[in-house]
Design a protein around this ligand. Structure first.
Ligand SMILES: [Zn+2]
Length: 227
C-alpha cells in the first residue's frame, strides 16, 4: 500500500491543480468578457429563445484568440473573440455560430456545466500536473501513464456529454427553424479554422470523432423527422 501512496498523492495533487485551473479560468472570464452585441446573431438567438419560451439567450465574448465555445459552471455561454472574428470575416456563417451557441446551451440545460468547466482548459492543467509528478515517481514511463490517464479521464467525462449537447443543439436548431446544416458544416471546417493554432477547439475535440458526431446528428434527424 505504502508503495502506491506517492501515486495517490500525485493524483490528488493533479485534481487540486485541475480545480484551481477551473477557478482561475472563471476569474479570467469575469475580467475578460463582454456581452455579445451582434444584430444578425441576435436574430438567430432570438429564434432559439422563442423555441425555448425564453425572453432571450445571453451570449458573452471571451477576449482570447483561439477558436472556442464554452459553457461556464454558472451557466453563462461564451464564444471567443477569435471565433467571432472568423464569423465577421465570413469564414463562419451565422447558422454555424448559432449551432455552437445551441451546443453550449445544451451543456447548461443538461447540467453538464455544473459539474465542470465545459469545452475549455482544465484538461491541460491536469495532464501537465500528472505528467510532472508521475514522471518524478516513475521515471521514464511516468509521463506516458500521466498522458494516458488524463486522456482516459477526459474522454470518459466528455464523450457522452458531447453527444448529448449535440443532440440538444440539433433539436433546438430544428425547432427554431434554423436547421442542422450549419451544425454539420461547421464540423467540416474544423481543420481550416484551427490551422493557425494547430489545436482543435475543445468543443470539437477529437474524442468523439467529427465524422461520428455528424453521423449521430443525421441519425437523430432521421429518427425525429420520419413521418
Ligand atoms: Zn461540448
Amino acid at each position: 500500500m505504502l508503495k502506491f501512496t506517492p501515486i495517490l498523492l500525485a493524483i490528488l495533487y493533479a485534481l487540486a491543480m485541475y480545480r484551481f485551473s477551473v477557478w482561475r479560468t472563471s476569474k479570467e472570464l469575469d475580467s475578460k468578457s463582454t456581452e455579445l452585441a451582434d444584430p444578425a446573431l441576435r436574430k438567430l438567438t432570438d429564434r432559439m429563445a422563442q423555441a425555448l419560451d425564453l425572453e432571450r439567450i445571453k451570449v458573452h465574448i471571451y477576449e482570447i484568440d483561439p477558436v472556442n465555445g464554452l459553457a461556464a459552471p454558472d451557466g453563462r455561454i461564451f464564444i471567443t473573440r477569435g471565433f467571432y472574428d472568423k464569423y465577421r470575416a465570413g469564414e463562419v456563417t451565422g447558422e454555424e455560430m448559432a449551432s455552437v451557441i445551441a451546443h453550449e446551451l445544451g451543456h447548461v440545460a443538461l447540467g453538464h456545466s455544473r459539474r465542470r468547466m465545459i469545452d475549455f482548459s482544465g484538461q491541460n492543467a491536469l495532464r501537465t500536473a500528472l505528467a510532472m509528478i508521475l514522471g518524478r515517481f516513475i521515471p521514464g514511463i511516468g509521463v506516458m501513464i500521466a498522458n494516458a490517464l488524463a486522456s482516459l479521464l477526459a474522454a470518459g467525462l466528455s464523450r457522452s456529454d458531447e453527444y448529448e449537447a449535440d443532440a440538444y443543439a440539433s433539436a433546438l436548431l430544428i425547432k427554431s427553424g434554423i436547421g442542422t446544416a450549419g451544425q454539420k458544416s461547421l464540423f467540416a471546417k474544423l481543420d481550416a479554422l484551427t490551422g493557425s493554432t494547430g489545436r482543435a477547439p475543445a468543443w470539437l475535440m477529437s474524442h468523439p470523432k467529427t465524422a461520428d458526431r455528424v453521423a449521430a446528428i443525421e441519425a437523430n434527424e432521421a429518427k425525429w423527422l420520419r413521418v
